[in-house]
Design a binder for this molecule. Structure first.
Ligand code: G3P
Length: 219
């Protein structure tokens, strides 16, 4: 499974990219707005740091403006993926851009029918939001499982499932077990992924035993 960072915090992105474990970035209007800086310069910097796909979202509701915005965003860097909402207009924009071989991430997906339409519209990625479904008492993980099953039924579907709105390590592990192609995770969760208390305990024990022995690897 590819791991994307759901962030527009360039400092955090640079820090977390040091282990080469970040395969891509997803941004959204809320994240870019919270950075409170020139979004084009910021996106360019992010695209320079992360060579994989960087999603940037259009914000207009009508098709002509969405297409114009997509053009502006695409010019920022080669690895920009155009993110469109899963609305009727968003699907049409997805079709138009996909025909032109532009990569599109169709976001704000909350149902299997929506995911199937995004795939038929040629989306490179569809982003089902797990946490926000859980928020309203539904089962976000079940949605990923259902979409995976449907996509597996049709070999011509190439759209990747990009699990989004991930709020916990349990979400992350569950989507990996289902076979989500990508999980986009906030910085806070990404920083937790490598941790286990038994790893820390084990390191402490090995270090203490080695110290007691008096032996040294570096002389
Ligand atoms: O990737 C989508 C994400 O930014 C939404 O997450 O936690 O705001 O539902 P959340």
């Amino acid at each position: 499974m590819e791991i994307f960072l759901d962030s527009s915090d360039i400092k955090e992105i640079k820090g977390l990219n040091k282990a080469n474990l970040v395969d891509g970035i997803t941004t959204n209007p809320s994240l870019l707005a919270s950075a409170n800086t020139n979004f084009k310069i910021l996106l360019k910097e992010i695209c320079g740091e992360i060579k994989g796909p960087v999603s940037a979202e259009v914000t207009s509701p009508d098709i002509p403006s969405m297409l114009k915005e997509a053009d502006v965003l695409r010019k920022i860097a080669k690895n920009i993926v155009i993110k469109v909402p899963l609305t009727w207009n968003g699907l049409q924009v997805c079709s138009i851009l996909s025909e032109k071989k532009v990569k599109v991430n169709v976001t704000l997906c909350f149902s299997t029918s929506q995911a199937l339409l995004a795939a038929k519209a040629g989306a490179t990625y569809v982003s089902p939001f797990i946490g926000r479904l859980d928020d309203i008492g539904e089962n976000g993980i079940q949605l990923i499982e259902d979409i995976k099953k449907i996509f597996n039924n049709y070999k011509n579907i190439k759209t990747k499932i990009l699990s989004a709105s991930i709020r916990s390590i349990e979400h992350f592990n569950a989507v990996a077990a289902i076979g989500s192609d990508v999980a986009t995770v906030p910085v806070k969760i990404f920083k937790e992924l490598h941790k286990h208390h038994l790893t820390d305990k084990g390191v402490d024990i090995f270090t203490a035993d080695w110290k007691k022995s008096g032996m040294k690897i570096l002389t």
